[in-house]
Design a protein around this ligand. Sequence first.
Ligand SMILES: C[S@@+](CC[C@H](N)C(=O)[O-])C[C@H]1O[C@@H](n2cnc3c(N)ncnc32)[C@H](O)[C@@H]1O
Length: 236
Amino acid sequence: MKSICDYGCGTGEFTKILETISPQDSSITGIDIDEHLLKVAKQNALRNSTVFFRHDVNKLPADWSHDVSCCQTFLTNLSNPIEVCNIFKNHTTSGGLIFAVEPDNSARPFYSSVDEEIELVRKSTAIAIEHTANSKHLNCGPIVASWFAKTGLIDIDVMVYTVLDKVLPSNYEYTLSHISETRQRLKAKSDVFKNSLDELIMLATIAEEKTKKQIENNEYVRIGTYSLFVTKGRVP
Ligand SMILES: C[S@@+](CC[C@H](N)C(=O)[O-])C[C@H]1O[C@@H](n2cnc3c(N)ncnc32)[C@H](O)[C@@H]1O
């Protein structure tokens, strides 16, 4: 039987994937620093045997150890990802595997039939990446392999899969709710978007109007993709 730990499991989205793809006799544990998210993860779990604990990854108990350590969109949100790769290694059995599924948010091809929406996505993404450069690693996907190498992991390999995020005429409900929320999100993160906030809100307002019109005329199309880098390493 293999033991698997999902670090920074949040509401358990990735934990559910692990529950689905791993052998039934494997044991799965999710940890997160946020107890509210953990409550949702517990409700979402697919197996009764899956357990969740509140832990800060930087302060794990000394005897914490698993055969497989993994995470999804976790290292990207941390200020000390290399240290955390080291923590994964120290808490994974010898010969065990470490997987990190992380995005590259600097390379997200995006098309919308509303020009202002393209501009809004381009500007807000660039500002978010620049603003968080010292505290997060929003484009770390391709870099994780080098962090694993620095940590002394072996048999490092990377697989990339690209997710298609498309809204064609069949799925307008999501589009409309998403666009009307965008302005609220921009305001809520006004510390990030400060100097460009007015311009971004104006773009969002125009984008919303034009999108509604295009939907009425059955003209609206949006297609985006984002890539997730799945990096694997083995503990010597
Ligand atoms: C973007 S979410 C990813 C959630 C989940 N892995 C998924 O793919 O849906 C990042 C998670 O890391 C957790 N987190 C941040 N810092 C942490 C720390 N020091 N120790 C444990 N969890 C942490 C956050 O609470 C959050 O749930």
